[in-house]
Design a protein around this ligand. Sequence first.
Ligand code: C2E
Ligand code: CA
Ligand code: CA
Ligand code: CA
Length: 276
Amino acid sequence: AKQYGHNHFQFYSADASARFQADIVLRSQFQQALDDEELELHYQPIYQLATGRIVGVEALMRWQLADGRNVSPAEFIPLAETTGQIIPASEWALDRACRDSKRLQEFGDLTVAVNVSALQFHRAEFLDYIMETLQRHDLSPRTIELELTESVLMDNTDYAIALLRKLRQTGLQIALDDFGTGFSGLSYLKQLPVTKLKIDQAFTQGIHSHESDEAITRGIIAMAKQLGITTVAEGIENAEQQQTLLELGAELGQGYYFARPMPFDQLVEFIKSANR
Ligand code: C2E
Ligand code: CA
Ligand code: CA
Ligand code: CA
């Protein structure tokens, strides 16, 4: 048993070391991508479920290596969080999202949602930086929505609530992302000045296979309604899920069933033919 334990330890340590090496490589490749502006933003349309109209889009970062391989944001975002590279990456993304939002204005009142990381949110200059960027693009704060997860807000709740109030006062919209996966009780939601609640795709996808997912989704939607908060169902992959979520009262939805994230130029064409 002792022998086994020893080997076992070596196995883990070699594994951890390999991962560490890979992270170092990825980190310098990501720096290169930042320097050379090789990151991209793709956009996924968000729909009003009752009418099928596109009411907004979510900006999602994309990174393709020189060899053509795409690195998933689920991989590089957490890494960039630990190295601090998320800050310049997010600044680039906000700038790009504002530029594209401006270009979307001729197609109607579309909200552009941008994901915000914990490190970004807790920087003292966060609010000023957003306002400067909006001004630079001559853009109303109303067109931009910040998507924050519960975990971002949990770090320092009092500070987070105060900052959310300030952000809301400027007219920016705030969405609580991945809702239902965090640890916060539903009760603290009423303290949060958010405009939207995004129901995590795990619930959408379990809605026909797990009664608990349906029950939780039903509860979230009912509570959001009471609080005057709009609900968005994430990860809708088929017509049945769309139908059930509509019946449960979700106002908005996004997912592969409607459209995958796509480059901006493609989005423009997509919206032109969809919202006619
Ligand atoms: P998220 O904010 O929850 O974004 C939704 C994710 O679900 C996206 O993955 C999207 O492509 C994917 N998705 C959309 N519809 C469906 C569907 O019907 N089925 C399935 N299975 N997936 C769907 P993506 O683009 O890989 O991003 C993963 C995560 O990385 C995001 O989760 C977000 O947490 C983070 N992320 C992406 N871009 C940014 C960014 O610019 N800044 C920050 N801070 N985080 C970002
Ligand atoms: Ca999001
Ligand atoms: Ca989400
Ligand atoms: Ca997520």
